[in-house]
Ligand binder design. Structure first.
Ligand SMILES: NC(=O)c1ccc[n+]([C@@H]2O[C@H](COP(=O)([O-])OP(=O)(O)OC[C@H]3O[C@@H](n4cnc5c(N)ncnc54)[C@H](OP(=O)(O)O)[C@@H]3O)[C@@H](O)[C@H]2O)c1
Length: 285
């Protein structure tokens, strides 16, 4: 698969999002391991996770542990950039809470290092701004983690343009990625995408198909994606990723998956070329 750059790393143009393998509705472990291995076999070298990708309160880091297990059992595992996150919590009742305090982020990072079985985390992202903690303080913790060598690269998620500029300043120009929601149904991160292009940093669209519960209906909600898919004999989801890749050379989608077939299908988007008329139709839909 062709590659794109995230900071100093070259990664596959299509990544893998790990969330569906660890939250409510997740499959058994064998299917999750098979899904991650199918991704690697298809050339995927970038996997997104978070310590908060778990279901029950007592299994923080479920997804990180799963990914570590899958990578250690595959020849290509050492070539993968794993991006994890801290600052979001799941108390076990289905809700998502925050702790963006520097103390929490540093402890969370140490725990992620252990679960991933690495000396330093490839890409560590501040998951979501905590309304109770000044943004500069949370990002300041990432700067310290970089300086201490606990993380190799730093990113942020769910950030607006002001927060992106502030984070990049606090990190001394070392911000490498922004992970925001972006899909045919949710295009309001276009300002952040444009800013990432201007700064030359990676933009990682989360929930590129609209999220776990809506992904299957992408083609019925956005008819042009189904129309273009039919013309190419591929899935609307594959068309969606191929379209996204044309929006910016800094964009690396992270489609979530919990089945080998879906990540194989998504990975093939890297080879799908759409013509200008098709791209215009999709962008206007
Ligand atoms: N930073 C944040 O705040 C944040 C928030 C949400 C998500 N994320 C990240 O972004 C990733 C992606 O988002 P998401 O998982 O919420 O939603 P998504 O990628 O929009 O949708 C995921 C679902 O799409 C299905 N799918 C994947 N490839 C497909 C294909 N080629 N054809 C048909 N269906 C396909 C999968 O089904 P199967 O399960 O059947 O394989 C999966 O459950 C997450 O996994 C996570 O890593 C980050």
């Amino acid at each position: 698969m062709q590659t794109r750059r995230i900071g100093a790393a070259q990664v596959s143009t299509i990544g893998l999002g790990g969330m569906p393998m660890s939250i409510e509705g997740r499959p058994d472990e064998a299917r999750s391991l098979a899904t991650i291995h199918a991704a690697l076999d298809a050339g995927v070298t970038f996997i997104d996770t978070a310590d908060a990708y778990h279901r029950d309160a007592d299994e923080v880091g479920h997804n990180e542990s799963l990914i570590a297990k899958a990578l250690s059992a595959h020849d290509g595992g050492s070539d993968v950039l794993v991006a994890t996150k801290g600052g979001h919590l799941r108390p076990g009742d289905g809700s998502w809470t925050f702790d963006g305090s520097p103390d929490h982020l540093k402890q969370a990072c140490e725990a992620s290092i252990k679960r991933l079985g690495v000396e330093a985390i490839g890409l560590y992202q501040f998951h979501r701004p905590d309304p109770k903690v000044p943004y500069a303080d949370s990002v300041g913790a990432l700067a310290e983690l970089l300086d201490e060598g606990k993380i190799r690269m730093a990113g942020i998620s769910n950030a607006n343009p002001d927060q992106i500029r502030l984070a990049n300043d606090i990190l001394g120009g070392r911000l490498v990625s922004v992970q925001n929601q972006f899909s045919p149904a949710f295009r309001s991160s276009e300002a952040e995408l444009a800013l990432c292009d201007e700064l030359g940093i990676a933009f990682l669209p989360w929930s590129p198909f609209g999220g776990i519960t809506k992904a299957a209906g992408l083609g019925s909600r956005f008819a042009p994606f189904a129309q273009v898919a039919q013309a190419h004999g591929v899935s609307p989801q594959q068309v969606c990723l191929a379209w996204m890749l044309t929006l910016s050379p800094h964009l690396v989608p992270i489609p979530g998956s919990s089945r080998p077939d879906t990540i194989k299908d998504s990975a093939a988007a890297a080879e799908l070329t759409l013509d200008p008329a098709e791209l215009a139709l999709l962008s206007a839909s």
